[in-house]
Write a protein that binds this ligand. Structure first.
Ligand code: SAM
Length: 256
C-alpha cells in the first residue's frame, strides 16, 4: 500500500513497473558505483537500485518515509541522510558520485543549481523532472524555453532528455507531464568564462527583463558601445544569445 502523499514535499509516487524498469535501465547501475538517490519516498526506485548496487546513499526530508525506509533496507547496504537536499553537502563523499532521483517539482530548479556547485565530483545525474523544466534545460537559443536555467546548466553539463513519463505512472498523478533527463559534466577543457560569478551575474541580468535589449539589461556592467565592439548587436535580447556570446560578454565586462 502506498503511504499518504504529502503535498508540501511534492510527493507523487512512481507506481508503474514499466517506467520503473526503464528508469533503472537508463541509470544502468554498476555494483561499485557511489550512487545517491534524492527523495527515495516509499522506495520505488530504491529497491531495484539496491538489487544491482553494493551500497546506496539516499537523501530524504520526510521523517515518516525515512523511518519506513530504515526498516525496509539494511543499514549495511543503505545509508539514509535525513536532510533537506537543498542544504545537503555532497562534498562528504570522498569519491566521485552518481546522482539519481524522481525529484519534487517544487524544488527542482534550486536543486539543479545546488548540485551544479558540486560539478567536479559528479559523474552523472539522471533525474525525473517536470517535462517543462527538462525542455528548459535542453533548450537552444531563440526558442521559447531558452532562459537562465538553459544557459547556466549548459555552461557546465551535457544534457539529454531520455524519455517522457505520463501522469498515470504516479500515485497520485501530477497535473503535468514528466521526463527523464541525463546530465553529464562537460570536460575541464570546456568553454569557460574568466570569472564564473561575473558570468552568472551577466546571465541573470540578461534574462532579468526578458523583453529588454542588452544595452538596457547589461547597463550596470558595460556600455552599448562595448557590446557592439564584440560584434554583438546591443539591440538583441538575451534569449537570442549563444552560450559562447554570454561568455564573451562576461569576459569583456571585466575589462573596464
Ligand atoms: N522516489 C519516489 C518515487 O519515485 O516514488 C518519491 C518521489 S516524490 C516525487 C519526491 C520525494 O522527495 C518524496 O519522497 C519527498 O518526501 C522527497 N523530498 C521532497 N522535498 C525534499 C527535499 N527538500 N529534500 C529531500 N527530499 C525531499
Amino acid at each position: 500500500m502506498q503511504p499518504y502523499a504529502k503535498k508540501r514535499f511534492g510527493q507523487h509516487f512512481l507506481t508503474d513497473r514499466h517506467y520503473i524498469e526503464r528508469i533503472i535501465d537508463a541509470i544502468a547501475p554498476q555494483p561499485d558505483d557511489v550512487m545517491i538517490e534524492i527523495g527515495p519516498g516509499p522506495g520505488a526506485i530504491t529497491a531495484p537500485l539496491l538489487d544491482k548496487l553494493n551500497h546506496l546513499h539516499a537523501v530524504e526530508i520526510d521523517r515518516d518515509l525515512a523511518a519506513a525506509l530504515r526498516e525496509r533496507f539494511p543499514a549495511e547496504k543503505f545509508s539514509l541522510h535525513e536532510n533537506d537536499v537543498l542544504d545537503f553537502d555532497f562534498a562528504i563523499f570522498s569519491d566521485r558520485f552518481r546522482c539519481v532521483g524522481n525529484l519534487p517539482y517544487n524544488i527542482s530548479t534550486p536543486f539543479l543549481f545546488h548540485l551544479a556547485t558540486f560539478e567536479a565530483a559528479l559523474i552523472d545525474g539522471t533525474f525525473m523532472l517536470q517535462k517543462e523544466v527538462v525542455d528548459r534545460m535542453v533548450a537552444a537559443p531563440d526558442t521559447e524555453a531558452y532562459g537562465r536555467l538553459s544557459v547556466m546548466l549548459q555552461y557546465r553539463f551535457a544534457m539529454k532528455c531520455l524519455f517522457d513519463v505520463p501522469p498515470g505512472a504516479f500515485t497520485p498523478p501530477p497535473k503535468v507531464n514528466s521526463a527523464i533527463v541525463r546530465m553529464t559534466p562537460l570536460p575541464a577543457a570546456r568553454l569557460r568564462a574568466k570569472d564564473d560569478t561575473r558570468f552568472a551575474a551577466i546571465v541573470t541580468a540578461g534574462f532579468g527583463q526578458r523583453r529588454k535589449t542588452l544595452s538596457n539589461t547589461l547597463k550596470p556592467f558595460m556600455a552599448a558601445s562595448e557590446i557592439e565592439a564584440l560584434g554583438i548587436d546591443p539591440k538583441r535580447r538575451a534569449e537570442t544569445l549563444s552560450l559562447a556570446e554570454f561568455v564573451q560578454l562576461a569576459d569583456a565586462s571585466l575589462i573596464r
